[in-house]
Each structure stands twice: as C-alpha cells, then as structure tokens.
Design a protein around this ligand. Structure first.
Ligand code: ADP
Length: 259
C-alpha cells in the first residue's frame, strides 16, 4: 500500500492533523512487472533474430543475389530460419501467457495412456530419424483423467529436448508407471546433462543452460515453462534430475482422478 499524507488545517491555517490516503498498488506493481518482462523479452529475445533477418536482407538488397548466388541462398536460409524462430517465440509467449493467466481451462476427459503416448511418439518420428536416436518406451495400459492435447504437448516437448540434447545413436527412454497416488512419466536421455544449479531454473522462462542453446537447437527457452504450467494445472509435479555428461531425466506426475 502506498500512503499519501496531506496536512489537515483549521480555519486559521494551523495544522491540526493529517489525512492519510492509502492506495493498494498491488495491481500497479503487477503491471510494472509484466511491462518489465515484456521489455526484456523484446530487447533480448526478439531483437536478435530481427537483427539477423535485417542483416541478411540488407546483403541481398545490396546485390549479392547476382554476384554470389551461393552466399545469397545461405542468407535467405538464415532469414527463413530466424523468421520461423520468431513465429515459434511469439506463439510460445502467447501460449504461456494464456496458461498462466488461467484464461484457459483444461478440457479433461478419460483417455488411454498408451494411445495418448503413441500419438506423442508418432510426432517425434522425423526428429528421431534426423538425430539418429532410438526411443525405447514402456507404457502400460492405464486410464488417465487429463487434457489430451496439453498432455501430448508436454510429452512432445520433453521428448524433443531429450533428442535435441543427445548425441547421435544414443537412446532415449520413455517410461510410465502407476503409483499409489499418481501416474508417473519419465523421459531419460544419455545427453550432456544439466548442472545441478540449473535443475530448477530450467523451468523458468527463457532460462537456457548454454547461451547458444536457442540458436543452435532452435528452441525458444519457453518449452519447460509451458510444461510446468500444464502439469501444475493438472495438479501434478514436474522435476529434473541429471548427472553431467551422462544424461538427464525429466519426470512428471498426474494424479489419479478420485471422483
Ligand atoms: P528450449 O527451447 O531452449 O529447449 P526449454 O524450456 O525446453 O527451452 O529448455 C530450457 C533449457 O534447459 C534448454 O535450453 C537447455 O539448456 C536445458 N535442457 C532442457 N532439456 C534438456 C535435456 N534433456 N538435456 C540437457 N539440457 C536440457
């Protein structure tokens, strides 16, 4: 609360008291925080691909297209990749905003876990072939009470990360278990691992362990923040464990529906 004090005077202009008006500035602080985050997103996340696109288009405009067609093609590819990254970034920012402001309610029904996981695995086919990764999965037939699209989105995000951060010819494991309280999902890779001090912060928006991760791996730094938001809305938990240069395991739970 911000207080505004004004002296209270009698007809002879003598101060006889103070009028204090308190203003609840919680909402104002929230707006300031959102504004600050927005400026930081624009300055760090959007400016880099935009500068790169401007650079590539500038070179093309200066005549490189006729003189050096190979260089021109390379420049065009950079501009396309950065534009795609910008589109992904804007979509992810909007998705996270919708999830966190709770403007989206989950569309929950009963689903078969096996069928839902198969849908997620199908989406991964191109990425696994490109990265020469084998996914070994063990998913029991269970019923789950969830928002199907949102759960598939979470699994796809975690599997994509596992593949992106793994060396070629390695294995990614995808296991589902039923425990007393929840259904437990585990996605493990044999990749570079995550330092201990980043195991929690990787779930924060725009946290990337290596500054080059977003450019090299095409990520937006929002995937895990989106996963966390989805799992929390389901009443579950999500966490990461890792041994450096041996691999990482991302786990999440979805409670059994109790009526
Ligand atoms: P990104 O779009 O960068 O993948 P995420 O929110 O999905 O964004 O992940 C945030 C960061 O966490 C990544 O940039 C990477 O540094 C780290 N990370 C996520 N998954 C893994 C993994 N399986 N192995 C190693 N590092 C990972």
């Amino acid at each position: 609360i911000a207080w505004n004090n004004t002296p209270l005077r009698n007809p002879n202009n003598k101060i006889i008291g103070t009028i204090s008006i308190g203003e609840d500035i919680t909402d104002k602080l929230k707006v300031d925080k959102i504004k600050g985050e927005f400026i930081s997103i624009v300055s760090h996340e959007l400016r880099t691909p935009l500068s790169s696109i401007r650079g590539a288009l500038g070179l093309l405009a200066s005549g490189v297209l006729d003189e050096k067609p190979d260089t021109a093609k390379h420049m065009l590819n950079i501009a396309v990749a950065d534009t795609e990254r910008l589109v992904r970034l804007v979509n992810d920012i909007l998705d996270l905003e919708r999830l966190e402001s709770s403007r989206i309610t989950l569309n929950r029904h009963w689903y078969d876990v096996t069928e839902l996981c198969e849908q997620a695995l199908k989406t991964m086919q191109t990425l696994t072939t490109d990265h020469q990764i084998q996914i070994v999965s063990n998913v029991p037939s269970l019923q789950i009470w969830c928002d199907r699209d949102r759960l598939v989105q979470t699994i796809v995000n975690l599997l994509s990360n596992a593949i992106k951060f793994s060396p070629p010819h390695s294995e990614v494991r995808f296991d589902v278990y039923s425990t007393t309280q929840d259904i437990l999902f585990k996605i493990s890779d044999q990749g570079r691992g995550i330092p201990e001090n980043s195991l929690e912060s990787v779930f924060e928006r725009f946290h990337q362990v290596d500054a080059s991760d977003s450019r090299q791996k095409g990520g937006t730094g929002l995937g895990l923040a989106i996963c966390r938001s989805i799992i929390q809305q389901h009443g579950g938990k999500i966490w990461a464990e890792s041994v450096l240069s041996q691999g990482s395991t991302f786990s999440f739970t979805i409670p059994h529906h109790l009526g």
